[in-house]
Design a protein around this ligand. Structure first.
Ligand SMILES: [Zn+2]
Length: 306
């Protein structure tokens, strides 16, 4: 087939033009990517420099909490050393620019809480006194004295609980209620209870007046670490929210949560009741943070700020 020269030349010119245009576009595109990458790199260098400056100058975090309260502390650092708060190993959540952890004061703590990351002191939390209520209670005598068999059962269950509290997840579940859905508090956290024989105990949770069968909900996302009958707490559900934050639900009539189950903040975990050592139907809600019992309502109020 004969193709006129003019057409061959035209096609050739077109191809060259297209190559130049596409090449030019490619060159332009590459340049743009390089430029964007350079800008991004520069910004990263600048923010990294700014971050390093913040990290280098980060002062000791100074805070104050009252007995029963929990506080979350953010500290800018890239250091991943062990964190100790008053010599207790403390888990932390790692951000790109720092670490987040909880500090909690039990009802009877009076000393400052000092946290060290590796060799460095990073937080000092003063603990202020709080006035707790005192109440006189008459309870069935068999609740004050245990038989050897009951003691053995209580001890073996304590060992199970110790194991659970020692194995919290390193992942914290931030989705938490900021209050409880229950209206009536029948016994507050920290209440001193003086029994008829003079024995004194301190209430480590908050009691809510719920009837047998009333629904009980998980206060936050987490994993069901325990769902079984215990001698003192009765039918008990414990949820691990991560970073050594646990919520405990006692005296349930019925448990609908199963051990190992992932649970969400609004999930029903069972029904209130009067199982275990109790003189009437109620929900005993307790929270353990960093190995100490804290005020659940104060924790949830603080969760609002997370
Ligand atoms: Zn209680």
């Amino acid at each position: 087939m004969h193709i006129p020269h003019s057409i061959v030349i035209l096609v050739f010119v077109c191809c060259i033009s297209a190559a130049v245009i596409i090449g030019g576009m490619h060159y332009y595109e590459t340049q743009r990517l390089w430029r964007d990458a350079a800008i991004a790199e520069e910004a990263a260098r600048e923010s990294e420099a700014a971050l390093q400056a913040i990290i280098a100058d980060a002062p000791v975090v100074e805070r104050s909490i009252s007995q029963g309260e929990t506080i979350s502390i953010f500290y800018p650092t890239h250091d991943q050393s062990d964190l100790l708060c008053n010599s207790t190993p403390t888990k932390y959540h790692t951000h790109a620019s720092g670490i987040l952890f909880f500090v909690a004061a039990q009802y009877d703590m009076t000393d400052d809480i000092v946290c060290t990351l590796g060799e460095k002191t990073i937080a000092r939390i003063a603990v202020t006194d709080r006035k707790f209520a005192t109440t006189h209670l008459a309870i069935p005598p068999e609740y004050l004295f245990f038989t050897p068999e009951q003691r053995r059962r209580i001890q073996s269950e304590k060992a199970i609980l110790r194991d659970i509290y020692a194995n919290s997840s390193h992942v914290f579940h931030f989705n938490m209620f900021t209050s409880t859905p229950y209206e009536r508090i029948t016994s507050p956290y920290g209440e001193q209870r003086i029994y008829q024989n003079g024995t004194v105990s301190v209430h480590n949770g908050t009691d809510f007046g719920l009837g047998v069968g009333d629904p009980v909900y998980a206060i936050g996302d987490g994993t069901v670490a325990l769902a079984r009958n215990l001698y003192l707490c009765g039918n008990t559900v414990i949820i691990d929210h991560g970073l050594d934050v646990f919520s405990v639900y006692c005296h349930l009539d019925r448990m609908t949560a199963a051990e190992g189950q992932q649970i969400s903040a609004n999930a029903r975990i069972g029904d209130a009741g009067e199982s275990g050592l109790t003189v009437g139907s109620h929900l005993h809600l307790a929270m353990k943070v960093g190995g100490v019992w804290v005020d659940p309502l104060a924790f949830l109020a603080h969760a609002r700020a997370l």
